[in-house]
Design a protein around this ligand. Structure first.
Ligand code: PMP
Length: 423
């Protein structure tokens, strides 16, 4: 039995009331982007209908109300990940947050920022340690930073069963390591990585830690200060919130010493024609007009999740995960990626169907009303590691029911015969 009444929660998500290709929609693509409850849609519409005005400027009533709503949203979203409002920088998403960090470190390397920013400066031979499992968003910004600074990328290998090789990690992380960046949960493997162990190794080496929490924040209780990471990113649209909004969390001393990435309006104190002084964090990292209605929508999303309770969300999804994984293991020709036993997971499974291209499998599932993601899921190196170019990925959320999983499993079991693949 599950920890919550997903059938009742489904009613909060208007998009789920439709049929696709003559079948009730079974939405198993929350890893790409989650659906939005009415409360989130209403929060954005309500703000745009009654309050909308520019924040942090203007003397008029609506501007003050907008600013209050925007800063309340910051407090709510920061609180959702255990942080204080000053520790949350609004971004347009996780990709933007990771680029912000990498470019800020590049700026520190170029001698920009306060004197204390020099602690982030990289030199040739310094090492940035990532994992083999990264989403391209937590890989390419570091490739660019390495190319600009002469730092070298190292990659913690992933074992056949999808777990990170911690012995290899402890051999890799050492005196040259300056940054350790890794996913809390890989968007392909669904396994919750051992954050505490990796943070301990990085801290011993004096390295900065950067956590990609995109696939954990919507599914488990996440307390970023307790995890001990220096910086972390998450994405609004994957956690029942709007598009084009996300968060960058930072330890106060780390944000205080990082130079800005984007510059312009709203992040300054005094500006002359030749130079400018910058505001403290988080505003120092929020140049230009911010995603105000989206931030308010994201606050509604975290309030929705908090009302259910993240422990219940996690328990529900752990139940779905077992049902999905046990079912997939029974289907001939299905090969699950990262099928480790005894690890903590979110309800996300990527798999190959022997003899059928992932895109064909995805179209067949769509013909049954089942929405999944197919392709490399922005993790080409990880797919290459497993000798594949594409997989099918099914990912659940708080509104996913046992019945959804059963329809999905029944459809998957019909894929190979539909395409004439014999065992
Ligand atoms: N990291 C991971 C693990 C992801 O799953 C995603 C989204 N697919 C991203 C980063 C990028 O997030 P965003 O869409 O907010 O840029």
């Amino acid at each position: 039995a599950s920890a919550l009444d997903a059938e009742a929660l489904r009613a909060d998500f208007p998009i789920l009331r439709q049929e696709v290709n003559g079948h009730p929609l079974v939405y198993l693509d929350s890893g790409a982007t989650s659906q939005k409850p009415q409360a989130v849609i209403d929060a954005e519409v309500d703000f745009l209908t009654h309050t909308n005005s520019a924040v942090h400027r203007g003397a008029h009533t609506l501007a003050a109300e907008s600013t209050d709503a925007f800063e309340d949203a910051r407090e709510a979203v920061a609180g959702f990940v255990g942080a204080d409002a000053e520790q949350l920088v609004w971004t347009s998403g996780a990709t933007a947050g990771l680029n912000l960090v990498a470019y800020s470190i590049g700026n520190a390397t170029a001698g920009r920022g306060a004197p204390a920013s020099a602690r982030f400066a990289l030199k040739p031979g310094d090492e940035i340690v990532l994992t083999e499992t990264e989403h391209h968003a937590n890989l390419i910004p570091w490739q660019e930073l390495a190319a600009r600074t002469g730092a070298r990328l190292r990659h913690i290998p992933v074992r056949d069963d999808g777990t990170l090789d911690l012995e290899a990690a402890s051999a890799l992380i050492g005196a040259r390591t300056r940054i350790v960046a890794f996913p809390h949960v890989s968007n392909v493997l669904g396994i919750v990585n051992p954050v505490a162990e990796l943070v301990a190794m990085a801290t011993d080496a004096g390295a900065l830690t950067v956590l990609d929490a995109c696939q954990s924040a919507p599914h488990l209780p996440v307390d970023l200060p307790a995890l001990g990471v220096d910086l972390a990113v998450f994405s609004g649209h994957k956690m029942l919130g709007p598009y084009a909004v996300g968060g960058l969390y930072g330890r106060e001393d780390v944000l205080a010493d990082l130079p800005p990435f984007l510059t312009g309006g709203s992040m300054i104190t005094t500006v002359t024609l030749d130079e400018a002084d910058y505001l403290p964090p988080p505003q120092r990292f929020e140049a230009g007009t911010q995603p105000v209605s989206q931030a308010i929508g994201l606050a509604a999303a975290v309030r929705y999740l908090e009302a259910i309770g993240m422990p219940a969300v996690h328990a529900h999804e752990a139940h779905l995960e077992r049902r999905m994984r046990d079912g997939l293991r029974e289907i001939p020709g299905v090969r699950l990626l990262g099928d480790a036993e005894g690890v903590e997971r979110v309800a996300l499974s990527a798999f190959d169907v022997e003899g059928v291209h992932a895109h064909d499998a995805g179209q067949f599932l769509d013909s049954r009303g089942v929405a999944v993601r197919v392709g490399h899921h922005c993790a080409q190196p990880l797919h290459r590691r497993y000798g594949l170019t594409a997989t099918v990925r099914a990912s659940a959320a708080v509104f996913t029911t046992d019945a959804d999983v059963d329809v999905f499993l029944d459809a998957v079991s019909g894929i190979r015969s539909f395409f004439g693949v014999t065992a």
